[in-house]
Write a protein that binds this ligand. Structure first.
Ligand code: B12
Ligand SMILES: Nc1nc2c(ncn2[C@@H]2O[C@H](COP(=O)(O)OP(=O)(O)OP(=O)(O)O)[C@@H](O)[C@H]2O)c(=O)[nH]1
Ligand SMILES: [Mg+2]
Length: 423
């Protein structure tokens, strides 16, 4: 059963370390503290270029961007982030940061003239930083008919998250949700919605925590981008909120290399008390993405799940949320008994045994193949090494997904390889 909805959605902050800077220890401390204070942190990692930060800020519809910079290039870097946000219609997203003693008060004055909001200097107690962020940056994100493109899509999803957390969902009827002004802002108002009712192929990706779901999604994304030179892909990545504080570190974006592309719309969702393995807003968010008519493929990553979850409603009364489901396992799932207990293996269309570079993979393949065979549904098992680029197992998996979804396979793109394991 889902926990009580949260009437005040948490503040969302994007944090990152600039390009040519590997000092991520400070930002890790800040991230943990932010999450402990109930904020949702979308962490982009270190060595981040400006355009990746700006794209993420827009798609994640964050309240504020926080940059941790120690490489000495802060005056130029922060200005470029501010300028690109303005150029992409997001001047309302403030930028702040810190960098200990490497950013002086004099530097801060220059940076503020260029549009940076503030710098947190060395010696500022963490409690003061948290209090200031809550005081100055928490604001409701409202419908805004002026938003365009990814900004409008992102805002529509934010509003869906607010509705999912509304104290009285009865005040937001389902029809009103599907035709909310924010979706119309996305450039896909009612006529367009009807024109593209089911263009998107939606694939749910589930599996235990750390099995490699995000890494695999990133590799599938790279194949999609190469084989569909004009297509767009959306990724909805669900991560858990902390049950005590309500905060979250939404870290799936860090595992993505290929998702750093304007043809990829990537949105992180915190579960905010939903215990299904997805945010309560995920069904609406999928609907918004489908109806936008923008995306050929939509991949939805669940949180790392256990033995009883059914995040994509494969077995529910309401019908499945997705067109197909990919279950990802790593070789260290336990043993045959644990496999038997994973109900989702009965409903998965595709199963990937990832981390096939692991020494236990050989036995795991045989056990999983036997488990799927017993289902008698012709489910396909793919052995993958997502951590390796150009892995033939991932090629094969992508080819199978593309075939099922009717996606374009450009001649000259990767050729489907031999199936690694088939029951
Ligand atoms: C730890 C450290 C390292 C570690 C990094 C570990 C890691 N994974 O992060 C190691 C040893 C690997 C390292 C390596 C290097 N380092 Co170093 N490093 C430091 C050190 C000692 C501390 C930085 C830190 O983490 N502080 C902890 C944070 C929490 O505190 P703070 O900095 O005071 O920040 C406060 C606020 O600014 C705020 N804050 C900071 N960021 C953010 C972000 C947000 C969003 C918010 C809200 C707040 C906030 O939080 C704190 C609250 O009080 C500094 C020296 C120093 N004392 O600052 C040098 C320092 C940054 N390093 C330096 C250098 C030169 C290097 C190297 C190039 C050395 C070399 N020649 O190899 C390499 C580069 C590594 C790389 N790949 O980029 C120089 C940078 C000089 C410059 N830019 O002009 C410094 C200043 C040391 C010096 N005096 O020479 N380094
Ligand atoms: N050895 C090996 N490591 C991998 C492989 N695929 C992913 N990893 C690593 O496994 C770790 C977890 O990968 P993620 O993609 O974040 O896993 P996830 O399932 O999305 O994790 P959650 O979202 O936290 O549940 C990372 O350190 C990856 O680099 C693989 O095929 N082989
Ligand atoms: Mg993940």
């Amino acid at each position: 059963m889902a926990a009580a909805p949260n009437p005040r959605p948490p503040l969302r902050i994007l944090t990152a370390v600039p390009i040519c800077d590997g000092h991520d220890s400070a930002v890790s401390t800040i991230n943990m503290e932010l999450a402990r204070h109930g904020f949702e942190v979308i962490y982009l990692g270190y060595h981040c270029p400006v355009d990746a930060i700006v794209r993420a800020a827009i798609q994640e519809d964050v309240h504020v961007v926080g940059i941790s910079s120690y490489n000495g290039g802060h005056i130029v870097f922060f200005k470029e982030v501010v300028d690109q946000l303005r150029a992409r219609g997001a001047r309302d997203i403030p930028v702040f940061g810190g960098g200990g003693g490497t950013i002086t008060k004099a530097d801060e004055r220059v940076m503020q003239r260029q549009g940076t909001d503030r710098i947190f200097h060395a010696g500022t107690p963490l409690a003061d930083i948290m209090a200031l962020i809550r005081r100055d940056y928490a604001r409701p994100l409202k419908p805004n008919p002026k938003l365009r493109g990814d900004r409008a899509l992102a805002r529509a999803i934010t509003l869906a998250e607010c509705r999912a957390g509304s104290p009285d969902p009865a005040t937001t009827p389902v029809r009103a949700r599907a035709h909310s002004p924010a979706i119309t802002q996305a450039g896909s108002g009612d006529p367009a919605l009807q024109r593209f009712p089911s263009r998107s192929f939606v694939v749910g990706v589930a599996g235990p925590g750390g099995a490699g779901k995000s890494t695999l999604i990133d590799e599938l994304t790279s194949r999609f981008l190469r084989q569909n030179p004009a297509g767009r892909i959306a990724i909805l990545a669900n991560d858990p909120s902390h049950p005590g504080t309500g905060g979250a570190i939404l870290g799936d974006r860090v595992s993505m290399i290929y998702a750093q592309d304007d043809r990829v719309f990537f949105r992180s969702l915190a579960t905010r008390g939903s215990l299904t393995g997805l945010s309560a807003a995920a069904p609406d968010a999928i609907d918004i993405l489908r109806r936008s008519g923008e995306f050929d493929l939509i991949l939805v990553e669940s949180v790392g799940i256990g033995q009883e979850s059914d995040p994509f409603r494969l077995f529910g009364q309401k019908g499945p949320l997705v067109d197909a489901m990919l279950f990802v396992l790593a070789p260290y799932y336990g043993g045959r008994l644990q496999l038997q207990k994973i109900g989702l293996l009965n409903g998965a269309d595709f199963v990937a045994l990832n981390k096939c570079d692991h020494s236990m993979a050989h036995t795991a393949r045989a056990e999983i193949a036997a488990r799927l065979d017993a289902n008698g549904k012709g489910q396909r098992l793919f052995g993958t090494v997502a951590a390796q680029h150009h892995d033939p197992g991932v090629d094969t998996l992508y080819a199978a997904l593309a075939e099922r979804g009717g996606l374009t396979v450009t001649p000259g793109g990767e050729k489907p390889c031999q199936l690694v394991v088939a029951p």
